[in-house]
Write a protein that binds this ligand. Sequence first.
Ligand SMILES: [Zn+2]
Length: 450
Amino acid sequence: MKAKHLIPIAALVVVLAALWLAGPFGEKGSSIILISVDTLRPDHLGCYGYDRKTSPSVDAFAGESMLFSRCYAQAPTTRPSCGTILSGYYPHELKIFDNSDNLSPPVTTVAERLREAGYRTIGVVSNFVLREGGGFEQGFDYYDDEMDDLELVRGIPERIAEKTTETAISLLRLHHRSRFFLWVHYQDPHGPYTPRPPFDTMFAVGSNGDRELPVNDTVSGMGGIPSYQDLDGIRSYNHYVARYDGEIRYFDEHFGRLVAELKALDLYDNSLIIFTADHGEGMGEHDYYFAHGEYVYNSLVHVPLVIRRGREEAGLREDFAQLADIVPTILGAARIKADETLHGSDLLDGSPGNHPVFSEMPGKYSIIEEGLKLVHHTEANEYFLFDIGTDPDEKINLLDDAAYAGRLNSMAAALVEHLRQDVLGDRVRRDRQRLTREEKEKLKALGYVQ
Ligand SMILES: [Zn+2]
């Protein structure tokens, strides 16, 4: 009798173990999908209140997920920001200050942590600055950086959303039976804004609020259209905004295909899915147009963040979040102990964020604390204090308002302390990726020199 009962009990143990391994999300066995989009402003997405229909697929996804209305990037540039997304450390600690600085091998990335824990790790990137050799491939079993499209105007290799999605889908089909971590980085909203038909004319240019802008001689967006954005001498402000929106709508079409595949493979309700952007884009705020990387204002560092953990949680989160929270959130979901030196928080552990949020680039730094944002431009030693709850476009400088004097001093001190702190120290040194001879010749032939 006893022996007979052993079989069903053993079978039950096997079934329970299989359930534990197969999920649900948050338990060993659930896969993790991180989707980042280059240069995507949240306020140009329907789910963040935009009045143009740029994002039906993202909106549908967000409607079934947790939407963070106040998430900020640590930097307004791809490499520093993606360094934080993948590692959880700040750009000054990573020694990544621009798009040539590498993610250094001594830094432990989330892909490395997940691979150690038995995840198959897959990266699909479509921005040239994330190509293999820059260190962003660390920890990935597969890192697909095939880019055979060329950006118009600049002639830099990229991969458009249709192909990025095809690659991601084929890798999903190949590996979905394993526990995996997939990072997909889309490039489309990045300038020059050249969406394919019919997206190029999908949004009306209109005359409301339109104005002529000068075209700059350089790639800077200060006071005019950056040279790399110049499309056939077009100077209309509205024209560029309509085409930026067309790029988002084009990306969204293919994001919808990726979500459909996640559903078809039964991953949608059983995985952790994180959707975000590396930074935003200037749309004229502070007289800064159609570019990024030159300020830490909200137009460049406010980013979308939408997290889906099966059907577990949905709705609006209004606490402050930052891209440095992504690694602790992923590790929390995977039940891997986070390194104590990480700065961010697990956004799914039940407690609201609301910790100080820092953004940085050489010479420009900011801290957000309890709805106030202090910006420091170190070269001119200028400070700006904004109430971003009532003034999200940062138009009213409260620096001389005596009511804020106490907060101002404490935030300025916290910003100094933030920059002084370097948990990675000398282990990580600045290291730059050089173009290979082949890349140089290719780009030179196209009239572009990095
Ligand atoms: Zn970027």
